[in-house]
Design a binder for this molecule. Structure first.
Ligand code: PBG
Length: 332
């Protein structure tokens, strides 16, 4: 005689076959909601590998159009451009120069895209400063918020003139969204959208990015990026940015901040994006290279989890490869 009654409720029914699992899937993936970050190196003659990001390269201006083509061909929604200048200074002048690498790359990308995907640019000074901070420093070596806003507005105008459709404000200065919005509007660039990296945490997971943009940082970013332990503050930053006129808000990194992402997604009136950053990429690639993890499954699961937590769009270095898998039905 059996003492355990047969279960009446059987959730396993909806997991029985691939077809039923597909039917009840809550989180589908679509290439259109992926954005590919792209590095462009000044003076590069050919694409250069990035040691800590196997499979990712620094593009040359010549190799950029093909990268845009490949992303567009598989339906990726956009690219986020980063410039790697050959020369840096204390004030990040290369960011504002119309012939600076990022602004040149933007022109090339806009032409190559021909409207097939959204060309976006990183609006921050750290790639362009010799000290590696996201702003200019005062006489005591601290990042000067309001002096930095002036650099950001000049940079925004240079990017808008180069044709960038969406500016990714990743510097974490107070008032940056309002300052840039006003400067763009005053110059007639009403149509350029602003993506605020609202909840950007002071994270160890940006490590490989330093390699990718060849930047060294003096000190750390904890006076402007968020403390990893603070959840409420992430939501607050997003609300402030929406108030200042952000068209899109972002949480970054993604994988370790899914709680913040869920909070922001629940409260936001504007689209919420998340950035799966360089360290998140490097960890999965490294473990997969050792044979310790199933690469494809880990990549798909990591991005799906970010979507499940509430991101409408994911910036990921796997955007093109993942888009191919999605199109081939390999992500079910
Ligand atoms: C700022 C910026 C960074 C990243 C995106 N925009 C660097 C930082 O804030 O330290 C990191 C992206 C990544 O790690 O993949 N320019």
């Amino acid at each position: 005689m059996s003492s355990t009654p047969a279960p009446r409720v059987r959730p396993r029914r909806l997991r029985e076959t691939p077809a039923i699992r597909r039917l009840v899937s809550e989180t589908r993936l679509d290439p259109a909601e992926l954005v590919l970050p792209v590095f462009v190196r000044e003076g590069a003659a050919a694409p250069l590998p990035i040691a800590s990001m196997p499979g990712v390269v620094q593009h040359s201006l010549d190799s950029l159009p093909q990268a845009i083509d490949e992303a567009a061909a598989v339906g990726v929604g956009g690219v986020m451009l980063f410039g790697v200048p050959a020369v840096r200074d204390a004030r990040g002048s290369g960011a504002i120069d119309p012939d600076g690498i990022l602004n040149l790359a933007t022109r090339v990308a806009v032409e190559a895209s021909a409207g097939r995907l959204v060309v976006q640019t990183d609006l921050c000074l750290d790639e362009f400063t010799d000290h590696g901070h996201c702003g200019v420093l005062d006489e005591r070596g601290r990042v000067d918020n309001d002096a930095t806003l002036e650099r950001y507005t000049a940079m925004a105008l240079a990017q808008a003139r180069a044709g960038s459709e969406l500016l990714g404000l990743s510097g974490m200065m107070d008032g940056q969204v309002a300052a840039v919005r006003d400067a763009l509007d005053d110059a007639g660039h009403h149509d350029v959208s602003l993506l605020a990296y609202s909840a950007k945490y002071a994270s160890a997971f940006y490590g490989p990015f330093r390699d990718a943009v060849e930047s060294t940082l003096e000190g750390d970013r904890r006076t402007y990026q968020l403390d990893p332990g603070n959840r409420r503050e992430g939501l607050r930053e997003a609300m402030i940015d929406i108030d200042e006129g952000a068209d899109v808000v972002m949480v970054k990194p993604a994988g370790s901040y899914l709680d913040v992402l869920a909070d922001v997604a629940a409260a936001s009136e504007v689209p919420v994006w998340a950035y799966q950053v360089s360290g998140e990429y490097a960890m999965i690639e490294a473990a997969a290279a050792h044979g310790w993890i199933d690469r494809k499954r880990a990549v798909v699961e990591s991005v799906r989890s970010i979507r499940r937590a509430g991101a409408d769009v994911v910036l990921t270095y796997w955007a093109v490869e993942l888009a191919e898998w999605i199109r081939n039905g390999e992500t079910a």
